[in-house]
Design a protein around this ligand. Structure first.
Ligand SMILES: *[C@@H]1O[C@H](CO)[C@@H](O)[C@H](O)[C@H]1NC(C)=O
Ligand SMILES: *[C@@H]1O[C@H](CO)[C@@H](O)[C@H](O)[C@H]1NC(C)=O
Ligand SMILES: *[C@@H]1O[C@H](CO)[C@@H](O)[C@H](O)[C@H]1NC(C)=O
Ligand SMILES: *[C@@H]1O[C@H](CO)[C@@H](O)[C@H](O)[C@H]1NC(C)=O
Ligand SMILES: *[C@@H]1O[C@H](CO)[C@@H](O)[C@H](O)[C@H]1NC(C)=O
Ligand SMILES: *[C@@H]1O[C@H](CO)[C@@H](O)[C@H](O)[C@H]1NC(C)=O
Ligand SMILES: *[C@@H]1O[C@H](CO)[C@@H](O)[C@H](O)[C@H]1NC(C)=O
Ligand SMILES: *[C@@H]1O[C@H](CO)[C@@H](O)[C@H](O)[C@H]1NC(C)=O
Ligand SMILES: [Zn+2]
Ligand SMILES: [Zn+2]
Length: 695
């Protein structure tokens, strides 16, 4: 559910999904009209069609897809807006004689200031999410079998963001069904992929979804996956729209058979109370890096406001048209990824402080966000480049990693082996080559099966890395069959039982936080965290690019915390954050150590400062125990912190500042915004409103 967080890869995926779908739509007696609204100040008005297309200088332009039925009546099926000045003007259009009526968005009428961050930030998302949750959507706890609506809500959040970032209006339910029916029919008719691509590229250009060159490339990147899914999916189009748009759209039938991993018959052992290690016990220090997003085509001084999903690049205007648009030397807060020099500098810095950590966990996302133009060789070259940096700068530090969604080509695409004609072997074998360097051979068979593995680096500690792309709603291949791809979660359940039998403690690594995966995946995982609460003592993730934590609760007693997820801040500054990494202190390694997380310190690079003084300076940002006055870092301490933040706004504001890694961000002072953040900390699973009732 926390896909409310801005995920650029996701936005582009949705754009292309919409574009691919739309192309089929365009074939069906549909024509495109554009209108210009001259007067948005009145509450209601009439839009007159203009022959010349969207014009600048007006308050808003609207693009409509109009379906003319047999009687010659126009029916507006889908509407898109491209705004010039008014970013949140929602336009409701009905046909009527002599023109089209429109209604400004209530926010606009109130004279509010609805800017992009309305959606990108957390406040509004959480509000609508919380309201949704309380308005009759069934809870995941009480209704474990309904997969559809969580994914639906995630995707409709995404649709809001698409609207926001690019100026697209909402994709409505009816339109979705017509489009998907048409798409399915066209795929069945065996139109060639080239024909489909051609249609979509045209549409993408006509609608100005992206720049022409991005249109040309991105459609090619995603068309194969979209068509492949349509060829293989058993879902009928209504089901697809139910998944995409939620319960309100399609019949509340769960398109995917609910699935459970088989739990061991061994009864859950009594919960062992958390006991702090004796003073002066040995400790391990673990460096956590995540979301590097290296851009080898980053160029200092290039245009940072290029209008594409990724800027500051060799293809962008250089010098930028205006001084304030120049890409910074050490990174940029706008839509720009990590420059190569910054990565080199980070590794030099890590080499300098190598006495401060014993091993490294890296939770995924290596390449830049140029998701419209990536190839397998490029992705693999980036992975190898990064693995080499680790070997060169930190030769005696083992590195344990997990696949990010950006490692796929295209982004998010991880077809399970059950999809005919598709294979991820190209990735798994290279992954094994690059990261297997630090792993025992016993991990190779599961890496080749699905990019997951386990091994024991120290007596009594087991590291488990799983491939969260098999739980991601953005991995469209799962629309064909969501049931535990490659048997990965069943494998996890078995590994956890073995660990319990052997008295081992487990650290879990995965890229996407468990709160953001599909319902069945999330619920099965939550149950494992419940069942093995004595065994799982660390969970480490990335993907959100923000610094956060999420608490798991006892399914039978939602006030009792049983686990905590640590979500590390990204190395890339994409977008509006600083670069960061953290170092955990872990109990161990000695006979009988708990391997519990005892504390961590977050470090950051202030991008603005680095660019101003022309020199990157990594600084300590905070240490968790000090900043949040935590006596220890067990799940109950994090749970208490949530309630302490509820009552102590200064404490919450501190968390909020660190969430964005001390980069400037709009304030979160009203109760609704704050509740949204607090609720997120309690929801390590999608759709569990009962966890937030007392916030
Ligand atoms: C978009 O449409 C869906 C389905 O009809 C609806 O649930 C959602 O609230 C709409 N979103 C916006 C931003 O209007
Ligand atoms: C799609 O296939 C149908 C039937 O084979 C054909 O009539 C139609 O022209 C094709 N559409 C495109 C855009 O190529
Ligand atoms: C795609 O990448 C290739 C190789 O890096 C480059 O030459 C080309 O200009 C890129 N195209 C776009 C649209 O980014
Ligand atoms: C999965 O397990 C839960 C809890 O044990 C149970 O309520 C549910 O019926 C099971 N679902 C299936 C499909 O087996
Ligand atoms: C330069 O760009 C910034 C950011 O886009 C803008 O606010 C400013 O008005 C521009 N200045 C000039 C002189 O064009
Ligand atoms: C989905 O995959 C599971 C596990 O591989 C299999 O048991 C099930 O039959 C598949 N479902 C469909 C509809 O193919
Ligand atoms: C639920 O957990 C809380 C906190 O651990 C505990 O105080 C309470 O007694 C538990 N309730 C039940 C019914 O077990
Ligand atoms: C660890 O401690 C246990 C029990 O305290 C003991 O039986 C075992 O021999 C110890 N192992 C080592 C390697 O010291
Ligand atoms: Zn990322
Ligand atoms: Zn990611």
């Amino acid at each position: 559910m926390a896909l409310s967080r801005y995920n650029p890869c996701f936005v582009v995926t949705l754009l292309v999904a919409s574009a691919v779908l739309l192309s089929f739509f365009a074939l069906k007696r549909v024509y495109l009209e554009s209108f210009t609204i001259n007067d948005v100040s009145s509450d209601r008005g009439v839009i007159t069609p203009s022959a010349s297309g969207p014009q600048t200088g007006h308050a808003a332009s609207v693009l409509l897809l109009v379906d003319r039925d047999e009687e010659g009546d126009d029916e507006i099926i889908m509407k898109f807006k491209k705004t010039q000045h008014t970013k949140s003007l929602k336009i409701t259009v009905e046909t009527s004689e002599g023109g089209l009526r429109f209604e400004p968005h209530p926010k606009f009428r109130q004279g509010g200031n609805p800017v992009r961050s309305t959606f990108v930030g957390q406040g509004t998302d959480h509000t609508s999410r919380t309201e949704h949750d309380n308005n009759g959507r069934r809870s995941l706890f009480s209704s474990p079998s309904s997969s559809a609506s969580s994914a639906g809500r995630m995707l409709s959040h995404g649709v809001q963001k698409v609207e926001d970032v690019t100026g697209w209006e909402n994709v409505t339910c009816d339109a979705c069904k017509i489009i998907v029916w048409t798409l399915k029919r066209m795929v069945m008719q065996k139109n060639t992929t080239d024909d489909i691509i051609k249609e979509v590229v045209t549409l993408c250009r006509v609608l100005h979804i992206e720049s022409n060159r991005v249109c040309d490339y991105v459609v090619r990147q995603y068309a194969v996956m979209a068509i492949g899914v349509m060829q293989n999916t058993v879902l009928d189009p209504d089901d697809v729209c139910g998944v995409v748009l939620g319960d309100e759209c399609a019949h509340p039938f769960n398109p995917f058979a609910p699935w459970n991993v088989t739990m061991s018959d061994t009864p859950k052992p009594p919960v062992t109370p958390h006991v702090k290690p004796k003073p002066r016990s040995p400790t391990l220090r673990v460096l956590h890096l995540t979301d590097i997003h290296l851009d080898i085509e980053y160029v200092e001084g290039a245009d940072a406001e290029c209008g594409e999903p990724l800027c500051c690049r060799v293809y962008d205007l250089n010098p930028a048209p205006n001084k304030s648009r120049r890409a910074g030397e050490w990174g940029d807060y706008r839509y720009c990824d990590l420059p190569y020099n910054a990565l080199g500098q980070l590794f030099q810095h890590l080499a300098d402080i190598r006495d401060k950590f014993d091993y490294v966990i890296f939770t995924g996302d290596i390449p830049a966000h140029d998701v419209w133009n990536q190839t397998q060789p490029q992705q693999l070259a980036n992975m190898e480049r990064l693995a080499k940096m680790f070997r060169k700068y930190l030769p005696d530090k083992p590195v344990y990693t997990t696949p990010g969604n950006h490692e796929g080509v295209p982004c998010n695409s991880f077809p399970p082996s059950s999809i005919p004609g598709e294979s991820m072997a190209w990735f798994y074998s290279a992954y094994m080559q690059a990261w297997g360097y630090w792993l025992p051979d016993s991990t190779f068979s599961t890496i080749m099966r699905g990019g997951f593995y386990t091994f024991s680096p120290y007596q009594g500690l087991r590291i488990v890395s799983f491939n969260s792309n098999f739980g991601s709603s953005l991995n469209w291949w799962l629309f064909v069959n969501t049931t535990d791809p490659e048997g990965q979660l069943q494998w996890l359940a078995d590994v956890l039982q073995d660990a319990e039998n052997n008295g081992e403690k487990v650290h879990i690594l995965s890229h996407i936080p468990p709160s953001e995966v599909l319902d069945d995946f999330a619920l099965n995982y939550y149950r494992l965290v419940n069942r093995y609460e004595n065994t799982i003592v660390g969970q480490f993730h990335g993907h959100t690019h923000t610094d956060e934590f999420e608490v798991f609760y006892d399914i039978n007693n939602l006030t009792r915390p049983v686990g905590v997820s640590y979500i590390g801040g990204s190395v890339t500054a994409y977008s509006d954050t600083n670069s960061a990494y953290r170092i955990y202190t872990i109990d161990g390694n000695y006979n009988g150590s708990s391997f519990a997380v005892l504390d961590y310190t977050h470090y950051y690079l202030d991008i603005q400062l680095a660019n101003d003084i022309g020199k990157p300076v990594w600084l300590k940002e905070y240490t968790a125990s000090e900043a949040y006055q935590l006596p220890s870092l067990y799940p109950e301490d994090w749970n208490n912190l949530i309630y302490r933040m509820k009552d102590d706004d200064d404490l919450f504001q501190k968390y909020y500042k660190y969430y964005y890694k001390s980069a400037k961000h709009k304030s979160c002072t009203d109760a609704i915004c704050k509740k949204g953040y607090l609720c997120q900390m309690k929801q390590a699973i999608p759709r569990a409103p009962e966890l937030c009732y007392d916030l």
